[in-house]
Each structure stands twice: as C-alpha cells, then as structure tokens.
Design a protein around this ligand. Structure first.
Ligand code: C2E
Ligand code: MG
Ligand code: MG
Ligand code: MG
Length: 278
C-alpha cells in the first residue's frame, strides 16, 4: 500500500482514537528504535529566488519511515518532545543536513540547506553544534541556514539574539519561520537581525483572492524591506498565488506548485520548468 503512494507522499494516521496510551507507548518504543536505526530521513524542498529564478535554498524536512510508510513531523515530533528526544533528533537532523549539503557542494551547488530548529536546540548550544559540523564537513557558513519560529525565538529572547548573532558571524543565515502567526515583538525583531522572514502559508493561501490576506502579506514584505531583510513565501500551491506574490515584491518562494519535498538526488533540487518565465 505504501508503495502505491507517490514518492515522498506522507501517510496520515487514523486519529479517531486519539493518542491512546497504547498507541503512545507504541510510538515511543518505535521512536527510540528509529533514532538508533536508519529510519529517519530528510526530504528537501527547493526555495527559489523570484528575482533570478535560481534555486537559492533547500529546506530539510524530517520524515520517519515506519514499516515502509512515510510519517511526517506533525505526527511524531510532539511525542518525541515529551520523551526528551527533541535534542538528539535535532542533532541528527543538523548532521544529516550538513552531510547532504557537503554532497551537493561537491557536485557544484552553491545554495543553502535550511534546517528547522527546535526550542530545546536553540537553548542548548545550537551555535556550538553548527560550528563543529561546519568544520567537520568542511563547509562554509554560506552552505547552511536555520529556520526558527517566532514562538521559539520569543521563549528566551536574549539567548535567541546571541545565538543568531553568532550564527551570522559564522555566515549561517537565520530565517524567522511561520512569520505572522506567533507573537513577535518588533523591538526584538530589530535586535535579532534575521536574514529573512518566512511568510506563513495561512496568509499565502488566500493572498490572490482575499484582500485582508493580501494586505497582511504586503505589510510583512514591506516590514522586511524596511529592516533590510528578505521575504520568502511558503506554501504556494497555485499560479495565481505565485503571480500575486511576485506582484507584491516577495523575494523568494516555496511550495507544492514549485516542487514537493522529496528525497535528495545527486544534484541540487530544481523547480518545475516554465513557472517563473514571463
Ligand atoms: P515548516 O517549517 O513551516 O515547513 C513547511 C511545511 O509545509 C512542511 O510540512 C512542508 O512539507 C509543507 N509544505 C510545503 N509546501 C507546501 C504547500 O504548497 N502546501 C502545503 N499545504 N504544505 C506545504 P512538514 O514537512 O509536514 O513539516 C511540518 C512542520 O514540522 C514544519 O513546518 C516544521 O515546523 C516542523 N519540522 C519539519 N522538519 C523538522 C525538523 O527537522 N526539526 C524540527 N524541529 N521541526 C521540523
Ligand atoms: Mg520551516
Ligand atoms: Mg514554515
Ligand atoms: Mg508553516
């Protein structure tokens, strides 16, 4: 059955029985085994510059291959967190992302691989792990980026500011993920000095047809611009959304329309041809 699904397609579990303790225990045991074994994987989704059409980044998205079925992070990261496994998983992800970045660099790629970062990792030495891995894999900081949600950043703003500044000194860029859905303060935004704001897909969904979404997206893009930060839109599914975002001056784009997340190939990911012409 799993084989019938397209490459990279996620399974959805029947949640009608909720997180029963039996199911939870099952998940916990399997997750422990997953970390030890070879069943976690990263899929990658390209991020394309709307100015040049170039694929400037690829976001690493965690997947768990369980009995041949691909499970997405929404299904297990909350359980991992309750087990204290967030940090080991985060470290595994960072290492696997650096290993892939190094492979792509050797094949001539120059873009960044972006990694999603958890609150635990941010609080417990993300910048030290990044520094060590860049060195281990012989990567320049420009090969790597991190995505951190507003909510994560605001849990401990002082730590976040110092971490982001250290990363910037290493040449690693920081993107504020799901921007517009958390509560971030403009005062901290100024101090954080991220390289990019990633506009949450809940706003992108209606940007071409809902005046309010359009205005919010427009406001985020102009806020980004006045801070000297770039803007990326996530979750683009239709040509109409893409056209509106280009018109609003958004810098970069990501979404199923351009390419679905997929296992890495030998060369740097590409987007569907023709979409960015004209
Ligand atoms: P995110 O960082 O906002 O990632 C974007 C999510 O949107 C991904 O879901 C991606 O597959 C999905 N997506 C991309 N394009 C489209 C589109 O056009 N339409 C729709 N409807 N969805 C799209 P995914 O892979 O299930 O990940 C969900 C969340 O889990 C991520 O949201 C991120 O917060 C978290 N996550 C993923 N990988 C990791 C990881 O390695 N570490 C941590 N800490 N969190 C992760
Ligand atoms: Mg992300
Ligand atoms: Mg996001
Ligand atoms: Mg999001």
């Amino acid at each position: 059955l799993a084989k019938e699904r397209g490459r990279g397609q996620l399974a959805t579990f029947d949640r009608s029985h909720g997180d029963t303790s039996g199911r939870r225990l099952d998940l916990m045991q399997a997750l422990h085994a997953a970390l030890a074994g070879d069943v976690l994987e990263l899929h990658f989704q390209p991020i394309v510059s709307l100015r040049t059409g170039e694929v400037t980044g690829a976001e690493a998205l965690l997947r768990w291959r369980r009995d041949g079925v691909l499970v997405g992070p929404g299904e297990f990261l909350h359980v991992a967190e309750s087990m204290g496994l967030t940090l080991p998983i985060g470290r595994w992800v960072l290492r696997a992302a650096c290993a892939q970045a190094a492979r792509w660099r050797r094949a001539g790629a120059t873009g960044r691989v972006f990694v999603n970062v958890s609150p635990a990792h941010l609080a417990l030495g993300l910048e030290d792990d990044v520094r060590a891995l860049l060195e281990e894999f012989g990567l320049p900081g420009s090969a790597l980026g991190v995505e951190i949600t507003e909510t994560t950043l605001m849990q401990d703003p002082e730590t976040s500011i110092s971490c982001l500044h250290t990363l910037r000194d290493l040449g690693v860029s920081a993107e504020i993920d799901d921007f517009g859905t958390g509560y971030s303060s403009l005062a901290y935004l100024k101090e954080l000095e991220p390289q990019s704001l990633k506009i949450d897909r809940t706003f992108v969904a209606g940007v071409h047809r809902d005046e309010r979404d359009r205005r919010i997206v427009q406001a985020i893009i102009s806020l980004a611009r006045s801070l000297g930060v770039s803007s990326t839109a996530e979750g683009i599914e239709s040509p109409e959304q893409l056209a509106t975002l280009r018109e609003l001056g958004c810098d970069a784009a990501q979404g199923y329309l351009l390419r679905r997340p997929a296992p890495p190939e030998g060369s740097w990911p590409t987007v569907t041809a023709g979409l960015l012409d004209g």
